[in-house]
Design a protein around this ligand. Structure first.
Ligand code: ZN
Length: 113
């Protein structure tokens, strides 16, 4: 399962970053091109964290919309649902994806000790 293996990788990173300090919230940015379901990611996190020092911590998933910049007119088009890569400014198709591929651990909130 995609989300489960992601969570295992994230927990490894968080473990190292926290250096044994208790973690309350893990903030993650996930681009919509990653095809990750935030709800599934959060429940996998609970499974992965169980029985580890990360048990009880919450995975906060921020979904980043897909946006692309037109090479012809510079217009930034946000692609909502259908992945049709056409510039909203000039109907051009020479677009560079600028966001939507993120998988970033943005912050850790440490628990009060
Ligand atoms: Zn354009």
């Amino acid at each position: 399962m995609h989300e489960l293996s992601l969570c295992m990788r994230i927990s490894g990173i968080v473990d190292r970053a926290a250096e044994g300090r208790p973690v309350a919230v893990v903030h993650l940015q996930v681009g919509q091109l990653r095809q990750v379901v935030p709800e599934t990611l959060r429940s996998c996190w609970r499974l992965v964290a169980e029985g580890t020092p990360l048990a009880g911590s919450v995975l906060d998933v921020e979904s980043v919309p897909v946006a692309a910049t037109c090479r012809d007119c510079g217009h930034v088009t946000t692609i909502e649902q259908a992945l049709i890569l056409v510039c909203a400014g000039c109907d051009g198709t020479a677009l560079d994806i600028t966001t939507g591929e993120e998988l970033l651990l943005t912050a850790l909130d440490l628990a009060e000790v």
